[in-house]
Write a protein that binds this ligand. Structure first.
Ligand SMILES: Nc1ncnc2c1ncn2[C@@H]1O[C@H](COP(=O)(O)OP(=O)(O)OP(=O)(O)O)[C@@H](O)[C@H]1O
Ligand SMILES: [Mg+2]
Length: 383
C-alpha cells in the first residue's frame, strides 16, 4: 500500500529515458505511480505530447471529461502557442518543455499539491455566475452600474464572494470609482497565463473595503500582452470556481476577446438610456449578438439607466424600439452618481437611502435570487 500523503499518478510517455526521469522525479516527491491500465483514476496524468499533438490532446480531453484523470501535465518538445492555448482550453494545468528541467517539474508538482490541499468545497466546487455589463454607447453609466452592482451583490449576503473585472483597455476607471491603488492588473495574468491558478489569481486581485476583489485593466498601452479569447476563457473558468459572482465592466468593445467574454457570460446587462441613438444601438446589439449566436436573447437583460418618468420616450416605445423588454430601470440622479464617483466610494457608502442606490441593490437581489426577479422586475418603473 502507498504511504499516506502520496498522490496517484499515471504516465502516458512511451520514450523510455523520459519515462524513467519523470518516474524518479515523481517518486522523489512522494507520488505513487499506477500502471497505465490500472482502473483507478489518476490524480495526476503526465502526457508526452509527441508529434501527434492534436490526437493526443483529444485523448487528454476525454480523460479529463470522463474523470479518468483529475489533472494533466503535458511535456512537449514544441511550445506551439496554438497547441498551448488548446491545451489550456481543455484544462491542462501545466505545460513543461523538453528537455525536462527537474527544478521546474518539481515546482509544478508542488503547485499540484497546493491545489489538492485547498479546502474542498471552497474553491473547487463553486460555480459562480459571470455578469457582463456592456454599454450601448459611451458614457451611459456602464462603470457606475458594474461597480455598484458588484458592491451590492457582496453586501447583500455575508460570505458571498464577488469579483469585479475591468475589460476597458487604457480607460479602465474602476480604481478611481473605488479609490484603490491596485498593484496588479490583468496584464499580469496575460503575461503569466501558464502559471494561472487560484493562488496566483488571488495574489493578483486587490481587495476593496466592501469585500469585492478587483482586477483592473492596465493604465498604459505598452508593455502588456493583450488578452485573447483563450486567455479570457481560462481566466473566467477559474474565476467562476472562486467566486459566486464575477461582474465585468465590459465597456463597449466588440473585438474577438470581448465577444468571447460576452459569450462566456451567464448574463449580459446591456446598458441603455432613453435617447433615440442609444436605443437604436441597443437594438443593433441585441440583434447582432443573438443572430450571430454569441449571446442568446434570453441571457440579455436591457438595463435602462438615467430613467425619469417625464422623458419624451415612454418605456413602451423604448421596448418597441429595442425589440426586447426592459429588465430594469435605474432612476436618473446625476448629483448622487457624481458624488460617488468624485469621492471614490460606492453609492451604498455615499447615499444608501437614495433611489438610485436602492435600485442597484434591488437589481443585485434580482440577480442573486432569480425567483424574486420576476416580482421585482414588475416594479422596475414604479419608483
Ligand atoms: N443613474 C444615473 N443618473 C444620472 N447620471 C448617471 C447615472 N449613472 C451614471 N451617471 C453619470 O454618467 C456619467 C458616466 O458614468 P460612467 O462613467 O459610469 O459611464 P460609462 O458608460 O462607464 O462611461 P465610459 O463610456 O466613459 O466608460 C457620470 O458622470 C455619472 O455620474
Ligand atoms: Mg466606463
Amino acid at each position: 500500500m502507498a504511504p499516506s500523503g502520496t498522490h496517484r499518478a499515471k504516465l502516458a510517455v512511451t520514450e523510455a529515458g523520459l519515462a524513467r526521469k519523470i518516474t524518479e522525479l515523481l517518486q522523489g516527491a512522494a507520488f505513487e505511480i499506477l500502471p497505465a491500465k490500472d482502473p483507478q483514476a489518476a490524480e495526476l496524468l503526465i502526457v508526452h505530447l509527441g508529434p501527434e499533438a492534436e490526437a493526443r490532446l483529444s485523448s487528454v480531453e476525454e480523460a479529463l471529461r470522463k474523470g479518468a484523470a483529475e489533472e494533466v501535465f503535458l511535456v512537449s518538445e514544441t511550445a506551439d502557442p496554438k497547441i498551448l492555448m488548446q491545451a489550456m482550453r481543455i484544462g491542462v494545468k501545466e505545460f513543461l518543455p523538453l528537455p525536462l528541467d527537474a527544478a521546474e517539474f518539481k515546482s509544478a508538482l508542488e503547485r499540484f499539491k497546493e491545489r489538492k490541499t485547498q479546502a474542498p468545497g471552497k474553491a473547487a466546487d463553486r460555480r459562480g455566475s459571470v455578469v457582463s455589463v456592456f454599454g450601448s454607447k459611451g458614457g451611459v453609466g456602464t462603470t457606475t452600474i458594474a461597480v455598484n452592482l458588484a458592491v451590492s451583490l457582496a453586501q447583500g449576503q455575508a460570505g458571498r464572494q464577488v469579483a469585479l473585472l475591468d475589460m476597458n483597455t487604457l480607460f479602465g476607471e474602476i480604481p478611481l470609482f473605488l479609490e484603490i491603488a491596485p498593484k496588479f492588473h490583468w496584464g499580469e495574468i496575460t503575461k503569466n497565463i501558464e502559471r494561472l491558478d487560484a493562488q496566483f489569481l488571488q495574489n493578483t486581485l486587490t481587495r476593496h473595503k466592501t469585500g469585492i476583489q478587483v482586477l483592473p485593466s492596465p493604465a498604459y498601452l505598452n508593455g502588456h500582452v493583450r488578452p485573447t479569447p483563450e486567455i479570457m476563457s481560462r481566466l473566467l473558468g477559474l474565476m467562476r470556481r472562486m467566486f459566486d459572482f464575477v461582474v465585468i465592466d465590459a465597456g463597449q468593445s466588440t473585438d474577438d476577446t470581448s465577444l468571447k467574454v460576452l459569450e462566456t457570460s451567464d448574463l449580459l446587462m446591456l446598458v441603455t438610456i432613453l435617447s433615440l441613438p442609444c436605443l437604436a444601438n441597443t437594438n443593433k446589439l441585441v440583434r447582432s449578438l443573438s443572430d450571430l449566436g454569441y449571446v442568446p436573447k434570453e441571457r440579455i437583460r436591457v438595463i435602462l439607466n438615467r430613467f425619469h418618468k417625464r422623458s419624451e420616450i415612454s418605456l413602451a416605445d423604448a421596448e418597441a424600439g429595442i425589440g426586447k423588454e426592459i429588465f430594469w430601470a435605474i432612476p436618473n440622479d446625476y448629483d448622487t452618481s457624481m458624488a460617488a464617483i468624485n469621492s471614490g466610494k460606492p453609492l451604498l457608502n455615499v447615499a444608501p437611502g437614495a433611489a438610485i442606490t436602492k435600485s442597484l441593490v434591488e437589481l443585485a437581489r434580482a440577480l442573486a435570487d432569480p425567483g424574486a426577479a420576476a416580482a421585482a422586475a414588475k416594479k422596475k418603473g414604479l419608483f
